[in-house]
Design a protein around this ligand. Structure first.
Ligand code: NOJ
Length: 533
């Protein structure tokens, strides 16, 4: 019997950072009505699901990842009515909508925390992680925040410290408290009842911390100036075994609503990452796979090792996924350069598993230059080079002042990337050799060719050192993906395969039969080839 695949297995996810996608009301900040206005573009592009970074009421200390009310919409972004209208239209267009769920911490302005910090006797005291000072009056242990400094904040009123693994305005919830769990499960129900198609769960592997509050080991190689989140090993603050039970509970709840997706944000080495599928595949459907984001060197050997290692480590029945970029890390086109970013896109969209595309990467958008005085991100407060603002710049729709994100004359909340006059939707839609047309063509082929979504994956040996070559196969139909990860021409010879048809080159200038016994890839060229024999 043919295996039936879920929508999130064959589909492509597109991440929208709502502040930066489309401003409909002239305040310089993107909003839900703006996203609604641009749905036709996403449909045209050919993606299947939209994941929205947080849209809930928030003081914006961490741009929405500090939530003051889990069951409403931030006024900057619109209203619940705007949300319902967006969800309705997304569904009408046959797409899905995935929300960001942030269970590890709330805003310090959330009424739960306001109540919790009001006194040691508060009925919600135990909703957060409070601790007495150490003997010398300092923080209870050495845990550091991802944004720098101690993860503990002293509260004068009650004489205790509260834990915040991120900003001081993001107190960590106490997930050992069953009442907290129930309150948060009700949040999931609220949005599922409204019809959302799933969740991306923020820092899901960090929800439980060591009950004994033991010190984390410091990383000896860390030096001031390195990213603050790399300072310590999260031995007692991350990946604690008890977290799995909570994830199973959440997954069961989500499953009870039918065909929904449950994605976990997890930065862990591959073997530990795999445990989040769950022993019985009963945890997250997709533990985000950030191997490409974390890759220190972009070359064929490193990429192949990364893919083969991940494929090999996948538990039986577990569905793979790939990510090139997100709102936390430098954009792919800035990391690997414009030429190689097409190779990266071809890789993302032809590997086995669900791809997640970060808004603007389909255009080849690069990090914006953000002057120090215009920076907002708390992660950049100690050192601007770690600010995430550059990868969050507004979507580039056209070459007008404001790039179509805001009307000319209105200042956007972050500056536009300098290249917006060339790199934008309108210009690229009219240029047959653009990054956008390349991505759209790739998405169209992916949709038309089952081998690219559900086929097997085999990497090919004996290729030039600078090339990564693999085959996707489904019911006897085979496709070769040959990627030249260098800026020099490379000659390939595939002894057992003779004829092929090039369906797409990253340079968009050849569709022809090729003799695969003797075949050349030009500098920075990748080809998707249908194997003829
Ligand atoms: C991960 C999110 O992706 C990031 O943007 C945020 O700052 C932290 N979690 C804290 O919520």
């Amino acid at each position: 019997m043919a295996h039936a695949y879920e929508w999130w297995q064959t589909g492509v996810v597109y991440q929208i950072y709502p502040r930066s996608f489309m401003d409909s009301n002239g305040d310089g900040v993107g909003d839900l009505v703006g996203i609604n206005q641009r749905l036709d573009y996403l449909k045209w592009l050919g993606i299947d699901a939209i994941w929205l970074s947080p849209i809930y009421p928030s003081p914006m200390a961490d741009f929405g990842y500090d939530i003051a009310n889990y069951t409403d919409i931030e006024p900057l972004f619109g209203t619940l009515n705007d949300f319902d209208a967006l969800l309705h239209k997304v569904h009408q267009q046959n797409m899905k909508l995935i929300l960001d769920f942030v269970p590890n911490h709330t805003s310090d302005e959330h009424p739960w925390f306001v109540e919790s910090r009001s006194s040691r006797e508060s009925s919600k005291r135990d909703w957060y992680i409070w601790h007495d000072p150490a003997a010398d009056g300092g923080p209870p242990n050495n845990w550091t925040s991802f944004f720098g400094g101690s993860a503990w904040q002293f509260d004068e009123i009650s004489g205790q410290y509260y834990l915040h693994m991120f900003d001081v305005k993001q107190p960590d919830l106490n997930w050992r408290n069953p009442v907290v769990k129930e309150a948060m499960y009700n949040v999931l129900r609220f949005w599922l009842d409204r019809g959302v198609d799933g969740f991306r769960v923020d820092v899901i592997w960090m929800m439980i911390k060591d009950a004994q509050f033991r010190d984390n080991p410091n990383r000896p190689e860390w030096k001031p100036g390195d990213p603050p989140y790399a300072r310590q090993e999260g031995r007692y603050t991350e990946d604690q075994s008890e977290v799995h039970e909570i994830i199973r509970e959440m997954r069961a709840l989500v499953d009870s609503y039918g065909e929904r997706v449950f994605i976990g944000e997890i930065y862990l080495p591959v073997p530990r990452l795999m445990s989040y599928y769950g022993e019985f595949l009963d945890e997250v459907h997709l533990p985000f796979n950030f191997q490409f984001i974390e890759l220190s060197a972009w070359n064929a050997k490193a990429i192949r090792t990364c893919v083969d290692t991940y494929e090999k480590a996948l538990p039986e029945g577990a569905w793979p996924n790939w990510v090139l970029g997100n709102h936390d890390r430098s954009r792919i086109a800035s990391r690997v350069g414009k030429e190689q970013s097409r190779i990266a896109q071809m890789l993302l969209l032809t590997l086995r598993g669900t791809p997640t595309c970060y808004y603007g990467d389909e255009l080849g958008m690069q990090n914006a230059i953000v002057p120090h005085e215009m920076m907002h991100d708390p992660q950049g407060k100690d050192n601007p080079i770690h600010s995430r603002d550059p990868q969050r710049s507004p979507m580039q729709w056209n070459s007008q002042p404001g790039a179509g994100f805001v009307k000319p004359g209105i200042a956007s909340w972050l500056p536009l990337s300098e290249d917006y006059q060339q790199v934008n939707v309108q210009s690229e839609q009219n240029d047959a050799s653009s990054h956008l047309i390349f991505t759209k063509t790739l998405l169209t082929l992916r949709r038309a060719i089952p081998a690219l979504t559900i086929g097997s994956y085999t990497s090919v040996d004996g290729m030039p050192e600078e090339c990564f070559v693999y085959v996707r196969e489904q019911e006897g139909k085979r496709y070769l993906i040959a990627l030249n990860c260098s800026a020099e021409e490379q000659k390939l010879s595939l002894a057992h395969i003779k004829q092929g048809n090039i369906l797409l080159s990253t340079l968009l200038d050849r569709n022809s039969q090729v003799d695969l016994n003797s075949f050349s890839l030009r500098a920075n060229e990748g080809c998707l080839i249908e194997i003829a024999d």
